[in-house]
Ligand binder design. Structure first.
Ligand code: AMP
Length: 381
């Protein structure tokens, strides 16, 4: 469906066309008109379905002509489970806000970095995107007040519950005005989520997107190499060079290994960074931003990155080490070929991990070619 008939201002429709958003994805076609009318929405959809724009665009529209709000009293609050998602969602707000006559100040707040700049930056913020713990720290230090929030978004609510944020979420909800719009997004429906949505909203507009793009892996080409553990480094460099790969996300199973792989690539003259849970937040942000911007060709990551993070039209994903479960395999390779672009996922399989790889493929009902790396000339790589 075209964006023209959804009730968005012309400036936003023009900005969408400029960003190559040619038609509205199903979740957008359904959620945008409902949110513009002030309705509550329960969206069952994964990252990759276009859910972020489905709430960002109508929230920005509803905030037009709103005038100044009381300082440190945001009008819209988006609660997300991870720092990366906070940054990603606030970027989408900023990207579309630029097109408006009345730009909407948005800020992302999350833990793992100093709280002071976030406290100082809160002036004039209309849309606050936050992880639960840091949001409560900011409330407790009077840096932000939630009594003027008119729209609440809980994004990836199932993940927030899984990560044990239930108490924090309940406390946050208790701080909000009773009369408000609630938008709840989740990849899955669970009894816990059901009870959350019952507390939050009566008669929501329920939007269920069945065929999520992340799990539709039909457009992803998959291959694998049988390779002894000690030859994986040369094989990685061989593939990067012979396939002229300019952007690849490489998965390892530990932070230690991720550092190791990135170091070896750098020693061989290939620009690479590693990101994992033990890296500082600013190092993670820097590496991710450079990778997204295309200035860093290789990002080596642990499964920290396999969920939720959207990297536009990533051409290659390499499993340097196999994921633990079939579910993780699908999540990892789902980083490529997203939003209707094709992609390539390559797995390195050591002889010891071959049985595990076969189990992954069988459970995912996949057939993937296994190339014996002994047929390749890896000398000099
Ligand atoms: P999300 O599910 O919000 O993480 O979005 C997934 C990806 O799809 C992002 O890279 C968006 O920029 C892109 N996207 C969202 N909506 C559209 C659209 N209507 N047309 C083209 N790309 C879109």
């Amino acid at each position: 469906m075209s964006f023209k008939n959804l009730g968005l201002p012309n400036t936003l429709v023009a900005a969408l066309a400029e960003q190559q958003y040619k038609k509205a994805y199903p979740i957008q076609a359904k959620a945008i008109p409902a949110i513009l009318k002030g309705k509550n929405v329960l969206g069952i959809a994964k990252t990759g379905s276009g859910k972020t724009a489905s709430f960002v665009l109508p929230i920005l529209t509803n905030l037009q002509g709103y005038g100044l709000n009381r300082n440190r009293h945001p009008s819209a609050l988006v609660v997300v489970p991870t720092r990366e998602l906070a940054l990603q969602v606030s970027e989408v707000f900023k990207q579309f806000s630029k097109a408006l006559f009345d730009p909407v100040k948005t800020m992302a707040v999350y833990g793992g970095v100093s709280i002071n700049p976030q406290m100082m930056g809160m002036n004039g913020v209309k849309v606050l995107v936050a992880t639960p713990g840091r949001l409560l720290d900011l409330v407790d230090s009077n840096a932000v007040h939630l009594s003027a929030v008119e729209t609440l978004v809980l994004d990836e609510a199932d993940k927030m519950l899984n990560l044990g944020f239930k108490e924090e979420m309940n406390r946050i909800i208790g701080l909000l005005p009773k009369k408000r719009q609630n938008l709840l997004f989740s990849a899955t429906l669970s009894p816990d989520l059901d009870s959350l949505s019952t507390i939050l909203m009566k008669d929501p507009v329920v939007i269920k997107i069945e065929a999520e793009k992340t799990t539709d892996i039909s457009q992803i080409q998959q291959s694998s190499y049988l390779i002894p553990e000690e030859k994986k480094g040369p094989l990685l460099r061989y593939l990067i060079k012979t396939k002229a790969i300019t952007q690849v996300l490489v998965f390892t199973s530990s932070g230690y290994k991720a550092d190791n792989v990135a170091n070896k690539l750098r020693k061989n003259g290939i620009k690479a960074s590693a990101i994992h849970g033990k890296k500082s937040q600013s190092a993670r942000n820097n590496a991710l931003n450079q990778f997204k911007a295309g200035t860093l060709p290789v990002l080596v990551a642990t499964d920290l990155l396999s969920r939720g993070i959207d990297i536009n039209e990533l051409p290659y994903v390499i499993n340097y080490e196999l994921p633990r479960s079939p579910k993780d395999y699908i999540h990892r390779i789902g980083r490529t070929g997203r939003a209707e672009a094709s992609g390539m996922a390559i797995s390195f399989v050591s002889p010891e991990s071959l049985p595990h790889f076969k189990v992954i493929l069988k459970k995912s009902k996949l057939y993937v070619d296994l190339i014996d790396s002994a047929t390749l000339d890896l000398k000099g790589y």
